[in-house]
Each structure stands twice: as C-alpha cells, then as structure tokens.
Design a protein around this ligand. Sequence first.
Ligand SMILES: [Zn+2]
Length: 117
Amino acid sequence: MAERALRGTRLGAVSYENDTAVELAPRQVVAFRCANEHTFSLPFAEEAELPTTWECRRCGAVARRVDGAEPLIKAVKPARTHWDMLLERRTVDDLEELRAERLALLRGPKRAARKSA
Ligand SMILES: [Zn+2]
C-alpha cells in the first residue's frame, strides 16, 4: 500500500487535458473480417489511404476489408537468376567452349595420373 501511495507519473507520460471541446479530425470507420469470421472496425483519418488488409485482433490472421476492396497487385519484376546474369556476359556458344575446355582438363592428365596411382 505504501508503495502504491508513492507511485507517481512521469512528466509528459499522461496528459491531464480532457477531451471536452476538442474537435477530432474527420475520420472514417472501416470494417475488416478475417478468415475465422472475426469482424472488427478501425477508425482512419478521412484523407488516409486505406489499407486493404489488417491483422485480426483476435486470431492474428489476415483480415480483409468487408467492403471488398482487394489488395493491389504490384507488378513484380522477375528475379534475375545466376543463369540470366551469366547469359548477359557470355553466349551459349562461349559457354559450350568453356565447358569443353574444363571437361578436357578434368579428363586430361590429372585424372589419368590419379587412376594410375
Ligand atoms: Zn480472426
């Protein structure tokens, strides 16, 4: 009890100003529903760009807007593979040539030496 009596609040942590006569910014309420049929609404500023999905407050699943707004599908640039990058530097003919060289090395004297050992 004594501890509780001594507890205070840090300056700035709590506002003692009350809400009376405060005009809130214009807002809109958007409803969301998750795959588990949990429905909830969130207030957004009127000029805010509304999200199309929100994490469900009850189960954490992705909830979609009840009004049916679909998430925008961004044009996804296909990832460049190592093969793509290689083809930017060399032609397939070059690569065939390199492969032939490497295979010749692998099948060459070294391998013969190993076999005889
Ligand atoms: Zn849910």
